[in-house]
Design a protein around this ligand. Structure first.
Ligand SMILES: NC(=O)c1ccc[n+]([C@@H]2O[C@H](COP(=O)([O-])OP(=O)(O)OC[C@H]3O[C@@H](n4cnc5c(N)ncnc54)[C@H](O)[C@@H]3O)[C@@H](O)[C@H]2O)c1
Length: 366
């Protein structure tokens, strides 16, 4: 198979979808790997490292899309790439369709097979390709929150851990999955008072066992959410209903209860966000104010730490990429039910129930 690795074009996206060891594994199995010039630069990987592993360097993106039967990316195809997608091509990347109706229709029209990293689910019920990026985003959310709480960055001028004689910050984490647990752990490590909310009681029981004493687990209902945000300096949005739009937990009128210049980091923004006033932002311009509350809603947070994130991502995507290249998509999905769950759209048909329900489209089983 001809496999293509284009350079990411989303704002401040420094990850790349394949590292040289992946190229080596695919070329050894008889495949051709095309890597766009400069694709690895943001992660500190030069073109020559890919060439040494057997890749062919291609200078422009349209040529890769034209020649490759199987495209591996990190972020969803950007509008500039939509016209390059072609019938029968396999595209393996994060899509987050439920947050983007235009992308959904563009992909349906293109005739590609869209395999979304974020809906591949393993036998344990976890999302193995989302997990490492959620670990990065969860840890990073506190780093970013701490920064934007500083007054020069419009925040309320609070140090997360406080100092002896001065109380630490209050942090609320909405959702106790991978992002939430990693955020809570880092915030607690810095000394903040952390409230960690979820609707899954088994998950809360587990978190209660493993989290340090300055993390309080709470069942997430409307009253508890309001009570927590009203005393929080920093709120992290980390909820997920796989494939669907994120549930809206904080409404616009709720912002007036929050302390002035509190900070919201809505990590769930890639699924539409769990705060009514969230709208996607970029690393170049990450924050904005609504009702005197700082909002940070960057959709590709791990992109900023490409050297960590590229390796964390490719560790988990490569085994699936090798199966797709070796067996073709139909056989690979028949033999691997986790991978089959990643097929969201195939030749115009929507094969993910949550995506179909979000936009009122017909669902067709794979
Ligand atoms: N912005 C970024 O760059 C970035 C990076 C990685 C992940 N994400 C996003 O972060 C979100 C969380 O990802 P994750 O891997 O932690 O998911 P996860 O499935 O591990 O955790 C989500 C948690 O939310 C909980 N939940 C659902 N409804 C809830 C509610 N009403 N109240 C409280 N909790 C609720 C679930 O029970 C679950 O424990 C996803 O939308 C993911 O796409 C964003």
């Amino acid at each position: 198979m001809i496999v293509g690795v284009p350079r990411e074009i989303k704002s401040d996206e420094y990850r790349v979808a394949m590292i040289p060891v992946g190229v080596e594994e695919l070329t050894r199995a008889g495949h051709t790997v095309l890597v766009q010039a400069g694709a690895g630069q943001g992660s500190g990987i030069g073109d020559e490292a890919y060439v040494r592993s057997g890749a062919e360097i291609v200078h422009d993106s349209p040529e890769i899309w034209e020649r490759a039967e199987f495209i591996i990316k990190v972020k969803e195809p950007m509008p500039d790439e939509w016209s390059s997608m072609r019938t029968g091509q396999i595209v393996f990347t994060f899509f987050h369709f439920a947050a983007d109706e235009r992308l959904t229709h563009a992909v349906m029209k293109s005739g590609i097979t869209a395999i979304a990293y974020e809906t591949i689910r393993d036998a344990k019920g976890t999302l193995p390709l989302l997990t490492p990026m959620s670990e990065v985003a969860g840890r990073m959310s506190i780093q970013e929150g701490a920064k934007f709480l500083e007054r020069p960055f419009q925040g309320r001028g609070i140090l997360l851990g406080g100092v002896p004689g001065v109380a630490p910050a209050n942090v609320t984490v909405l959702g106790g999955g991978i992002v939430g647990a990693n955020a809570a752990k880092v915030a607690a490590g810095l000394g903040a008072h952390v409230s960690l909310l979820d609707v899954n009681l088994d998950r809360l029981r587990y978190l209660d066992d493993v989290m340090p004493r300055n993390v309080t687990t709470l069942f997430s209902d409307r009253h508890t959410v309001l009570e927590c945000i009203s005393r929080s300096d920093l709120v992290i949005g980390a909820v997920l209903i796989p494939g669907a739009r994120a549930p809206m937990l904080v409404r616009r009128e709720d912002l007036s209860r929050m302390p002035p210049r509190a900070v919201i980091i809505d990590v769930a923004i890639d699924q539409g966000g769990c705060i009514e006033t969230s709208r996607p932002t970029t690393h170049a311009s990450p924050t904005y104010l609504v009702d005197d509350v700082v909002h940070y809603c960057v959709t590709n947070m791990p992109g900023a730490v490409g050297r960590t994130s590229t390796y964390a991502l490719t560790n988990v995507t490569l085994p699936y990429a090798v199966q797709i290249a070796n067996k073709g998509i139909d056989q690979a999905c028949r033999e691997n039910s986790s991978l089959a769950l990643g097929v969201n759209i195939k030749q115009g048909k929507v094969m993910n129930k949550a995506v179909a329900a979000t936009f009122g489209l017909e669902y067709v089983a794979l």
